[in-house]
Design a protein around this ligand. Structure first.
Ligand SMILES: Cc1ncc(COP(=O)(O)O)c(C=O)c1O
Length: 422
């Protein structure tokens, strides 16, 4: 889910004078004006997205030109409760008044680990990291340390973060970076069996995302046959299973996406929505892998943010106390149904909405280069809503019925303004 985006020379990707002024400054001093495809406004084309945000509250973001948008990107996932949820902010602010990072561990660290293991009661220990990428890299290291074997199985086009081993095939520059990574097609039970036969005891583990979700492709769930094949793969080879729940965590199942997938992981990687926007991530693991985790020399300066730990505890408490998940599901379902009806009414018969309603993905089946999806997103942005044209959207707890009604009417107009062939 990274990539260069489309850069038309001399054109600014952002909309509005203050956004454009910041873009010029950013482009002079930061490669690609900010480098990051998912953050960069370029994902929808030139001159359409806001680009620079000055404030955010609930499900709305306000850009530097003072235009407010109804947001279905939620900071690329983290803001599951909505921006600046008062209780999370209060917990974080109280701790920020005392300290964030200091020499030695913050006093909240054991409480946060205990809280996470109460949430994921099938796991026995937790190791904190900072980004989702840190946690997937750590999971791979732990599986290798335990097995003393090198090979890791991943799925084609599955994004797991920024590590060199994890770069997707078209980004890989040096074969040696990925010498011990084997990629197989999604839901291909025979390919998994073939890997088990070929590499056998040299396998350390397998890392799997809850869904197959690549830019501009319909989302696909794991098949029952694949879930069973993974269980057989584990018992045949002894390799471990890690679920990368960084993106989908708390949005596919309130107790971890593996519950929905029918896969029993030895490790689970969580990030994004863990602390409603505060930067922390984690690997939770089973007892059998604890000794391997203890062998690894793993640390990072900003891993022990007590502000993020306090935000994380408050976030988990709210998820459970307020039964957040059914609301996300209901709002997402209403959004998907409304947009599907609007597409039929505006002649976009090839609209495909795929994935769970908590994180739906829009595409048009006849739109192979995603030109119409980009045009739709650009039109919606002009009308005041952010819908990603290539990747999944994120629904949050702050989206209420009235917000979804507004989103549907913006989407209907944006569809009306989008040609049915491009
Ligand atoms: C499935 C998945 N795994 C891992 C990551 C990496 O997380 P981060 O960007 O926090 O390093 C992402 C990020 O989008 C992701 O979608």
């Amino acid at each position: 889910m990274s990539g260069p985006g489309s850069k038309a020379p001399g054109k600014s990707p952002v909309n509005g004078p203050a956004n454009q002024a910041l873009w010029q400054r950013a482009d002079a001093v930061i490669p690609n004006g900010g480098m990051y495809f998912t953050r960069s406004a370029r994902f929808a084309g030139n001159d359409v997205m806001p680009g620079f945000i000055q404030s955010a509250k609930g499900c709305r973001i306000t850009d530097v030109d003072n235009k407010t948008y109804l947001d279905f990107n939620c900071g690329n996932g983290p803001n599951l409760l909505g921006y600046r949820h008062p209780e999370v902010e209060a917990a974080a602010a109280e701790q920020a008044g005392k300290m964030d990072l200091a020499t030695f561990f913050p006093e909240q660290m054991p409480a946060y680990a205990e809280r996470l293991l109460q949430w994921g009661s099938e796991f026995d220990w937790s190791v904190f990291t900072k980004n989702g990428s840190d946690s997937t890299n750590l999971a791979m290291r732990i599986m290798r340390a335990k097995r003393q074997q090198p090979y890791i199985v991943l799925f084609d086009a599955a994004y797991h973060g920024f590590g060199v081993e994890l770069a997707l095939a078209d980004e890989s520059r040096f074969d040696s970076n990925q010498a011990y990574v084997i990629r197989i097609p999604w839901n291909d039970t025979q390919a998994l069996q073939a890997v088990a036969e070929k590499y056998g005891e040299q396998l350390a583990g397998l890392v799997i995302n809850p869904l197959d979700q690549s830019p501009a492709r319909p989302v696909s769930e794991i098949s029952k046959a694949m879930a069973s094949a993974i269980a057989r793969f584990k018992s045949k080879t002894g390799a471990y299973i890690a679920v990368d729940d960084v993106r989908h965590g708390f949005r596919l199942h309130p107790k971890g996406s593996h519950q929905q997938m029918g896969v029993e992981p030895d490790l689970i990687c969580l990030g994004k929505a863990l602390a409603n926007g505060y930067s922390t991530s984690v690997v939770l693991g089973k007892q059998e892998l604890r000794s391997a985790a203890e062998q690894i020399n793993f640390t990072a300066t900003y891993m022990f943010s007590s502000v993020a730990f306090c935000a994380g505890i408050a976030t988990l408490d709210i998820y459970e106390r307020d039964n957040v998940f059914p609301h996300l599901w209901a709002m997402g379902t209403k959004l998907v149904e409304g947009i599907t009806q609007a597409a039929a009414a505006t002649g976009h018969q090839d609209l495909v909405m795929s994935g769970p309603p908590t994180m739906p993905t829009l595409l048009f089946s006849q739109d192979v280069k995603a030109k119409r999806a980009r045009t739709f997103a650009a039109n919606a942005s002009r009308l005041g809503a952010i819908f990603h044209p290539l990747l999944n959207w994120f629904v949050c707890y702050a989206h209420q019925e009235a917000d979804i009604d507004e989103a549907i009417s913006i989407a209907a107009q944006a569809l009306q303004d989008t040609p049915t062939s491009l």
